[in-house]
Design a binder for this molecule. Structure first.
Ligand code: ADE
Ligand code: ZN
Length: 337
């Protein structure tokens, strides 16, 4: 089987995606509709949305993200995002997804978290009820909002647990505050039954990833490619159970790692567990299959593509369900065992 055949097979096969943000899943047409409804001149048409898909750094992207979030004015708007997201999961045969949903952003927008949560929950529950696959939530805080805002996310969850939430993550500007500032936040996760994840090694280098490992003890790292600059750290990751949820188009679009310079294949071949994801498919204009296509373009073999696809299920926080494909009897590419 060659890479093109492996990609064709992947298109049909059930897939898992562990790193995508609810707000970043907005379809361009929805963005235009939201902007019109809000009386905003920001996204008058699809061309205007597509014109904002390249950035001169993560801050530029986060500024777009802020613009998008400011258009969200009601729980119904969040339900629209959730519908865009589930429609894509169905279209792409993604039967298991872990989605970052951010009470910190809802709080900033002055909206009622429980009303937003219920609106999103109804869409996710409907998707599952119709047999399209499972969705789990990673409650998200924003690094540059600071540790107090992150604690508030956990306070909300402690008061009103969301059974769909299986983890807690920290997105936003990785360089704004050190991981150490959030150690007390992450210490609360175990008791709340939330698995730890963190965005690190997106624009930060090995020190940022090492700090995240030391202070936050994540089970997975969103991006993590910045670890590649330190061979000892790469060996440590390879020995560990920590998976990297890598987003190649996102890294290329933000300029964090232009695709030809992405170290993802080196990490994979060093034995690090890698999953592929879209991050913000609506804003970057990508698909999960598109991410696998990028990996193939970097030189991944069919076996490596299949190993990454399997890691998507194996690194998931929710227990295996009926949508998980059976384990292959053999397979020489390395994955977590
Ligand atoms: N939130 C949404 N996408 C993000 C990214 N790529 N990095 C940090 N925070 C984000
Ligand atoms: Zn992300």
């Amino acid at each position: 089987m060659n890479a093109a055949e492996a990609l064709r097979a992947l298109r049909l096969r059930p897939k898992a995606e562990l790193h995508l943000h609810l707000e970043g899943s907005v379809r361009p047409a929805t963005l235009v509709r939201l902007a019109r409804a809000a009386g905003s001149p920001l996204f008058p048409d699809l061309a205007a949305v597509r014109a904002r898909r390249r950035f001169d750094g993560l801050p530029g992207f986060l500024s777009l993200y802020r613009d998008v979030c400011r258009l969200l004015r009601s729980p119904a708007d969040f339900a629209l995002l959730a519908r865009d997201l589930t429609a894509r999961l169905r279209r792409e045969r993604i039967t298991y997804a872990e989605v970052y949903v951010s009470p910190a952003i809802v709080d900033r927008l002055g909206l009622d978290w429980l009303a937003v949560r219920d609106a999103v929950e109804a869409v996710f529950a409907g998707h599952e009820r119709r047999g399209h696959g499972r969705i789990r939530v990673l409650l998200d805080a924003v690094r540059h909002f600071g540790p107090d805002a992150a604690h508030r996310v956990l306070d909300l969850h402690a008061r009103h647990p969301w059974p769909r939430a299986v983890g807690f993550g920290l997105g936003g500007d990785e360089l704004a505050l050190p991981a150490r500032d959030f150690a007390s936040v992450y210490r609360r996760l175990d008791r709340l039954g939330l698995a730890p994840v963190v965005h690190a090694g997106e624009v930060g280098g090995p020190d940022s990833v090492a700090d995240a490992l030391r202070w936050l003890k994540p089970r997975r790292i969103a991006h993590g490619v910045g670890a590649a600059g330190d061979p000892a750290l790469v060996r440590r990751l390879a020995r560990s159970d920590v998976a990297l949820d890598v987003c190649l188009t996102s890294n290329d679009a933000t300029g964090a790692f232009p695709l030809p310079r992405s170290p993802v294949l080196a990490l994979l071949r060093a034995g690090v567990t890698v999953t592929l994801a879209t991050d913000d498919p609506g804003l970057f204009g990508t698909t999960l299959l598109g991410e696998y296509r990028c990996l193939a373009r970097l030189g991944a073999t069919p076996l490596e593509l299949a190993a990454v696809a399997r890691s998507g299920f194996r690194a998931a926080f929710a227990p295996p369900g009926r949508h998980q494909p059976p384990r292959p009897a053999t397979g020489s590419a390395r994955t977590r065992s």
